[in-house]
Ligand binder design. Structure first.
Ligand SMILES: Cc1cc2nc3c(=O)[nH]c(=O)nc-3n(C[C@H](O)[C@H](O)[C@H](O)COP(=O)(O)OP(=O)(O)OC[C@H]3O[C@@H](n4cnc5c(N)ncnc54)[C@H](O)[C@@H]3O)c2cc1C
Length: 196
């Protein structure tokens, strides 16, 4: 019987885990194609902070090596973004003018960080903290610059600040709330983060 065509848009943790679960049910059910905008195989985004802090390398946080895709006959397109879906024709279109047909389509495109709409937000040296490229930007910047400002004193902001400190930078954290990590902590617990 001809296999159904499954296209996954988003080569991240949720999407690839979904493919792994499909394999557990029936590894032969689909001919699979995966598109990922990032030029990497699936990696553990949660551990990016440890890469920034210098504890691990990008290789260490890879969840599915390039070989995994080959071994499972997955057609993988990295560094390629799906820009259009035609539901009537059951086709996806990419920024590299590729057109791929599907019977089933999974969208697991994650989320984008909110960049403050401020003048200068598009300047060199301003970055979000979401992917390997952002980590690399911070690591490279630390080699050329001394001072960093982190906007946001939530979990990720503080993890970024820790990483930048480890990279030898002087770091200021600017937070909109009157105490840090207000989504996780109450004021008393937050105060315990202070040195004295
Ligand atoms: C530094 C950091 C620390 C975190 N720590 C924690 C934690 O401790 N606990 C926790 O629960 N969560 C944590 N998170 C959040 C967690 O990483 C995300 O919830 C998780 O990665 C979401 O997985 P996902 O597969 O839905 O999306 P993503 O991991 O964002 O993957 C989606 C992928 O799809 C790609 N994509 C998007 N659009 C397209 C397109 N049109 N075509 C092709 N590809 C596309 C993206 O480039 C991306 O690679 C953290 C996040 C960060 C950045």
């Amino acid at each position: 019987m001809k296999k159904k065509k499954l296209v996954l848009v988003g080569n991240g943790m949720a999407g690839v885990r979904c493919i792994e679960e499909i394999f557990k049910i029936d590894p032969e059910a689909f001919e699979i194609t995966i598109f990922g905008s990032e030029p990497h195989p699936n990696y553990n985004r949660i551990l990016l902070s440890t890469v920034l802090q210098g504890d691990t390398s990008i290789e260490d946080i890879t969840l599915n090596e390039w070989d995994w895709y080959k071994q499972n006959d997955i057609q993988l397109f990295t560094g390629e973004t799906v820009v259009k879906i035609n539901k009537d024709r059951k086709q996806v279109y990419t920024d590299q003018e590729r057109i791929v047909e599907y019977d089933e389509l999974i969208l697991a495109t994650g989320s984008l960080p909110f960049m403050l709409p401020l003048p200068g937000a598009d300047k060199e040296g301003v970055t979000a903290f979401r992917d390997i490229q952002d980590c690399q930007t911070m690591i490279d910047s630390a080699q050329n610059y001394k001072k960093a400002v982190v906007i946001g004193g939530g979990l990720l902001g503080l993890e970024a600040a820790r990483g930048l400190l480890n990279l030898g930078m002087e770091v200021d954290v600017v937070h909109i709330f009157d105490y840090l990590m207000e989504r996780q902590l109450d004021p008393t617990a937050s105060k315990m983060l202070q040195k004295n």
